[in-house]
Design a protein around this ligand. Structure first.
Ligand SMILES: C[S@@+](CC[C@H](N)C(=O)[O-])C[C@H]1O[C@@H](n2cnc3c(N)ncnc32)[C@H](O)[C@@H]1O
Length: 254
């Protein structure tokens, strides 16, 4: 089964708490922290919060447990989140159709969750609706340079390419940077237990347009880069992910 977040909730939580997901520890979370606003006294929604670990980061920026609510589609993830962070509110629900009133939140935070929706425009409209005036939306998604590339075997190694043949007569194009479509990945460096993930990848300009259509102003945009600390832990991982962005993050304002 694809995107079986209920089945893998417990393993994901253990990996996250122990820093065993290099993409979160060295790439995605540092990017999100670099864009985080001050969160003191802010009413906050964590969108696609999984087992709730991102609340620890939000608290570093001034957030208070009693002002945070997390939502996720996975019942098991929400159960674990409730048990682990009992002072925070968590609900099961769909980011495409949020169970909250208009103008409820000052800040909506979402790590690597929006790309599971085939209709990001619906998510952006929903987030805009539940944000208060001047409220902020910070979210990260897969970057097409990494995820819309195509695998090709060259000289016995499988490489990911995005580009085209130099010779115009050949007409070979690798990857689909501009096409919004579903991608399936079944083997990540840190997963050896068969988790299969499907998510949707589109270009930065497509997401800029959708955010604009939802009436957001875009305040900041970052393409991820692996932090130096990873060098000592895994030099190959560092080298690869310091030159090619795996993820991108937007900070948008209502
Ligand atoms: C990669 S995990 C990220 C979890 C957490 N934000 C983190 O960074 O550790 C993606 C999460 O998105 C959730 N998700 C997927 N589709 C969703 C939807 N339509 N509504 C709410 N949550 C969703 C999954 O259940 C999963 O917990």
């Amino acid at each position: 089964m694809k995107n079986d977040y209920d089945k893998f909730a417990s393993k994901r939580q253990i990996d996250l708490i122990n820093g065993l997901k290099p993409s979160h520890r060295f790439v995605e979370k540092p990017m999100m922290k670099s864009m985080m606003p001050e969160l003191k006294n802010k009413k906050i929604l964590m969108l696609g919060c999984g087992t709730g670990e991102e609340s620890i980061i939000l608290k570093d920026f001034g957030a208070d447990d009693k002002n945070i609510i997390g939502i996720d589609l996975s019942k098991n993830s929400i159960l674990l989140a409730k048990n682990t962070y009992p002072d925070i509110d968590f609900v099961v629900g769909d980011m495409n159709n949020l169970p909250f009133d208009d103008n409820t939140f000052d800040f909506v935070y979402s790590s690597l969750a929006v790309h599971y929706s085939s209709t990001p425009n619906r998510v952006y409209n929903e987030v805009y609706r539940v944000l208060k005036k001047d409220g902020l939306f910070l979210f990260s998604i897969a970057h097409p340079l990494r995820w819309s590339s195509q695998e090709k075997e060259i000289d016995g190694s499988v490489i990911r390419i995005i580009g085209c043949s130099k010779n115009d007569n050949e007409n070979i194009v690798y990857g689909k940077y501009h096409t919004f479509e579903k991608h399936t990945f079944s083997s990540f460096a840190w997963q050896d237990d068969g988790e299969v993930l499907e998510f949707y990848v589109g270009s930065p300009s497509m997401h800029f347009k959708l955010l604009k259509n939802a009436k957001f102003d875009i305040i900041d945009f970052t393409e991820s880069k692996c932090i130096e600390e990873a060098k000592d832990v895994d030099l190959n991982y560092y080298t690869k992910n310091s030159e090619i962005p795996q993820f991108m993050a937007f900070l948008a304002k209502k």
